[in-house]
Structure formats: C-alpha cells, structure tokens
Design a protein around this ligand. Sequence first.
Ligand code: MG
Length: 156
Amino acid sequence: MRVGIGFDAHRFAAGRRLVLGGVEIRGHDGLEGHSDADVVLHALMDALLGAMGAGDIGEMFPDTDERYRNGSSLELLRKVGDLMKENGFVLVNADLVVICEEPRIAPHRDNMRENIARELGCEPSRIAIKGTTTEGMGPAGRAEGIMAQAAVLVDG
Ligand code: MG
C-alpha cells in the first residue's frame, strides 16, 4: 500500500468555463490555467502520481505543450489511470477537499465522483469529495480562486 497527497490552487478568471471534478458549473467565473484548470482533478492526479513515485503533473503534462491548452483534465486523469494500470497499481480510495467560498460543492459531488471513477475504472464509492470554506479568511475566503487537496491510497 502506498499513500499520496496532492494540492492545487487556481485563481478565478472572467470569461472562462468553471470545471471542477470534470463537471461544468454554469453561472460562475472559471479558473485561469493552461488546461481547463480543473483544480480538483489536478490535486488528485498529483496525489496518484506521488503515490506511484511517478513525478507530478507538471512533468507529465507540461504547460508548454500546446496539446494540453484548454484541454480536458478528465483526459489527463485517464492517462494517469492508464499509467496506474501499466504499473500494476489499483486505487483503494481517494479523499478530496475543495476549498472555496463559492460555488457550493455538494450539489455537484456525485457527478464529480462518477467522472473520476469512470476515468480510473473504479467504483464511485471509492471517491470521497467534500467542500469547505475558510470562513472568509485568506485567498479562498476573499473568493480569489479555488484550492483543492487530495489524499489517496493505492495498492500495488
Ligand atoms: Mg493546476
């Protein structure tokens, strides 16, 4: 068994789609970034790569690579899932925290879990996602952006 942790943060940017956990959340500013800036999936991928001892997403998907511009992070997650399989790793569970004042995460949680489970080839019950605020403190509290943390356990 091997554990991994991941963290990511992106700032809000007007005129971009907001995509969290592969779910497009309408009626809200999106996040700045090279890909779709899905901060939830980025934290998760870093945790998975960390658990495998396989570097990080910056190495695997460089932001200088035009293939990933505005690309779907779900597709990147699928590549990380493929790498897990190739190396004989199976996800035991993933626990994710999304830190922001808005939007509310709970209404989208099950769709996010299903997206992640589909790309990793596991049951949604192995993926937990919760939202929290910082009660107005810090960059998340000032609604400057969204942060996410991930912890994973893999078997392999
Ligand atoms: Mg990122």
